[in-house]
Design a protein. Structure first.
Lengths: 447, 59
């Protein structure tokens, strides 16, 4: 059930908060053995808290949060060995705001180790499995957050996004995810990746759900009912050309739907897309190394291989690289600002491919084998680097696997991004499709 | 700053080991080989960006 529908049913007296929590806990018990979306559950606490949930727009709504976000009394593990027993005393501000609005936290969700990768295949807590095809990744790093929404193991979830970590799992799991503008949602109480790029945001069934959660996270209403009006949408042709043709075709059809709803749609060249990936790395890697330096000194061997490699790369890059990155970001922002003088939104495929099998580090894209982590960079890094809001909305399927439409807005214009996604979702039903619960249940019973 | 400045060479394993040690970190040779592979890719790109950022762009 969606966030909005759950809240409505509770408000109407059709469902109590306790019944809602019980229902989700039962479903988690049936399915999560096959998905591994959750790292920890707060079953008894959630049931007790449901009885005392305060009134508010999320009264009694069961949610779950990525396990880099603090929930008082629970461990924040970041899917790492280093933080396995890291029980925290206070809620992160984003969690406190959800709870003050009445939400009940069911548990903590799987992630790539330290949210520093896009697969959610922690060597310490195991891979999260994609509900649409259990042998495939959920994306990441908020993979558990995407899987939990897709399989209806929480009404809505929180994820974090440094270079695509909300958008990628939303795309791969067939749900809606919003990376808000950098700095819009507080990040205190969240294990950082990169202080200048990190963002906290919702993953849920629909843009309407994300709007409700964002309004609670920011304390400001998000209005969706204005329709598309005369929104000017720039189609980032370079990214369509880079994507798998079948994926690109699905997303082009989604853009045509937006045109049919009244938007003006034109192709646009976004400068420095290729360079923005490198610039992002010049900032993200040293910032992550700085966060982890005490542990790099004392517990280096306890990191997974891929995360250790990235952290060491950040540690050993030339000292001037970060400054060059800061200057180059200014350069990119200037170029992108000129694009947004002509357009209200940019549209692109969220990912160039469908989710690859678990264990495959390389993917095939337009006849070329390349590392999965490199395939996603041009589709995600430009918007992270600029700190812009991006929604990934379900836009169809290729070989039974979800495809996502990315809509990018100007800084702090989440409402425009969500309004367009909402209009698209009122005209289509991709966001209402569900993965096959029977197959997941059968796999879970065999675990 | 002259146009004839040589391109930065990828550092050696020994250089990286010393740089890590200066920061109190002791990676294995295998770890450092991975870093070298990354730097082989990123240093030329960094150099291109250094050259293309318009002069006077603040950080």
């Amino acid at each position: 059930m969606s966030v909005v529908e759950t809240a409505r049913r509770i408000e109407a007296g059709e469902l109590t908060p306790r019944e809602a929590v019980e229902s989700y806990l039962e479903r988690i018990g049936q399915l999560d053995g096959a998905l591994n979306a959750y790292i920890s559950l707060r079953g008894d606490q959630a049931l007790a808290e449901a009885e005392q949930a305060p009134p508010g727009p999320l009264h009694g709504v069961p949610v779950a949060v990525k396990d880099v976000i603090d929930v008082a009394g629970s461990a924040t593990t970041a899917a790492s060995e280093l933080l396995r027993d890291n029980v925290v005393a206070r809620d992160a501000t984003c969690v406190a705001r959800l709870r003050a609005a009445g939400a009940v936290v069911l548990g903590k969700l799987n992630t790539h180790e330290f949210a520093f990768g896009a697969m959610t295949t922690s060597p310490h807590f195991g891979a999260a499995h994609n509900p649409w095809s259990l042998d495939r990744i959920c994306g990441g790093s908020s993979g558990g957050s995407g899987a939990a929404v897709a399989a209806d193991l929480a009404a809505g979830t929180l994820g974090t996004d440094t270079a695509g970590s909300i958008r990628i799992p939303a795309c791969f799991c067939g749900v809606t995810g919003l990376r808000p503008s950098t700095g819009l949602v507080p990040t205190d109480g969240v294990v950082p990746v990169s202080w200048s790029l990190d963002a906290v945001g919702p993953l849920a069934r629909s843009a309407e759900d994300c709007a409700l959660m964002l309004s609670v996270l920011t304390g400001r209403p998000v209005e969706l009912e204005d329709g598309l009006g005369r929104l000017r949408i720039g189609v980032v042709e370079e990214l369509f050309e880079r994507a798998d043709p079948a994926v690109a075709a699905q997303v082009r059809a989604a853009v045509e739907e937006l045109r049919g709803l009244g938007a003006s749609v034109e192709p646009v060249d976004v400068p420095l897309i290729e360079e923005s990936g490198t610039i992002n790395q010049l900032l993200m890697l040293p910032e992550a190394a700085e966060v982890h330096l005490p542990w790099l000194r004392t517990r280096l061997a306890e990191y997974g291989d891929d995360v250790r490699a990235r952290l060491l790369a950040g540690l050993l890059m030339p000292a001037t690289a970060h400054v060059t990155g800061l200057r180059a970001r200014r350069w990119f922002l200037g170029e992108l600002g000129r694009v947004f003088e002509r357009f209200d939104l940019l549209a692109a495929p969220e990912m160039p491919i469908v989710p690859p099998p678990i264990g495959d580090d390389d993917v095939e894209l337009n006849g070329e084998r390349m590392p999965y982590r490199l395939s996603l960079i041009p589709f995600n890094s430009p918007w992270s680097l600029a700190g812009l809001p991006v929604v990934s909305a379900p836009a169809g399927f290729v070989n039974g696997l979800p495809v996502g439409l990315a809509l990018v807005g100007r800084d702090r214009e989440e409402q425009t991004v969500l309004r367009a996604a909402h209009a698209f979702q009122r005209a289509t039903d991709w966001h209402e499709r569900r993965p096959p619960a029977a197959a997941i249940r059968a796999a879970a019973s065999a675990v | 700053m002259s146009e004839s400045s040589p391109s930065p060479a990828t550092p050696s394993i020994d250089f990286l080991r010393a740089a890590a040690a200066q920061q109190g970190v002791s990676p294995t040779d295998e770890d450092l080989e991975g870093v070298l592979g990354f730097l082989d890719v990123v240093l030329p790109r960094l150099e291109q960006i250094e050259e293309r950022v318009p002069p006077g762009t603040p950080s």
